[in-house]
Design a protein around this ligand. Sequence first.
Ligand SMILES: [Zn+2]
Length: 432
Amino acid sequence: MSTLQITDGRVLFPDMDIHEADVLADQGSGKIVEIGDTAVGDQTLDASGGLVIPGLVNAHCHIAMTLLRGYADDKPLDAWLQEDIWPTEAELEPGDIAAGTRLGVVELLKNGVTSVGDMYFEVPEIAAVLKNAGLRARLGHGIVTVGKDDADASADFQQGLNVARELDGAADGRIRTALMPHSLTTADSELLEEFVPKAREDGIPLHYHANETRDEVDPVVSERGMRPLEYADDLGMLGEDDFIAHGVHTDGAEIELLAERGTGVVHCPASNMKLASGIAPIQEMLDAGVTVGIGTDGAASNNDLDTFDEMRDAAMVGKLKTEDAAAVAAPDVVKAGTEGGADLLGFEAGRIETGALADIAVIDLEASHLTPQHDLVSHLAYAVRGSDVRHTVVDGEVVVRDRSVLTLDEAAVREEAERHATTLIGRAESDR
Ligand SMILES: [Zn+2]
């Protein structure tokens, strides 16, 4: 067996204890096989002066939206989607999505992200990019039926189901899938009733935006006389492998429902702040036993894919929401950004322990903003930046070494993305 030995670093363990250890990964199974004074590996990765942590999980993203980074800011969700984002996305071609995905993947890998939940279009293009780049992901086709006739709407759902069936297990199992209707208000309810059971038959989980803004909650309450997550439950959309994004406007009964059903929530605090959507009641969810992960959402509403930033935001807004400085504490956000997200995506990752997937990031601690080192868990939540990541390992393979992405040519990726972004916006604006 071929092995990778991560040497001479301090290691963050699942109980948040940190001590020096080597980590040995088997590259065949992609798993951690030994921790401590390990046998010498076939390959070594120097972690001296560094902190070895589980790779971060960006559990809700639209990676290719990097092409729209900074294109339309400072608008509420509804107007932003309808006036700027959807008209531009209507012009997307497969090559644009591949280019935007490559750009986002460079950023994710350099920020220590080892797996991602991604909802977008042209999913086979995305899967091909991720296969070569070495990232792990749960992917789905974003199903939006607003403005479509019955035939097109049904075809969109069918495409979502086909993609989930066909791509599951791709890239040696690094790619898994889900059925991803955009939200309860943007995906037709009769088609949800038709297609959710079809996904269930094949064991395909669901991922969708829910309770993101009040405008998503109020119409459901007035039309159906129930809260959105109660409606989702009626539709069979709260399974234990399912996970929702946002959950900003969830009440106590909905949080109980999530806990009972085992449905997880991806918290996207920067996107929620930028679009003025509100603050998700994360401490209440944690208290109720809901699994919480962290997501950046797309780069058009963030505007970066730095998941360390997102953990810091989660801790900050969690305190603001409850007016309690003890809420959403550093260990909680570090767990959410690693094992919480991995649990939502259904990967045996997010923990440095024997038998877990060898998805690992090494943080360079030799930096002024990380000095002194009283508490490294505090640093991970509040002081580490994505740019402090020295190495990233996915499935036992080194994908970033000494801040350089090994699987993609970063300069070429940036040049290609710039070109695609410019021509995409040109097409979208000439149509108006
Ligand atoms: Zn989203």
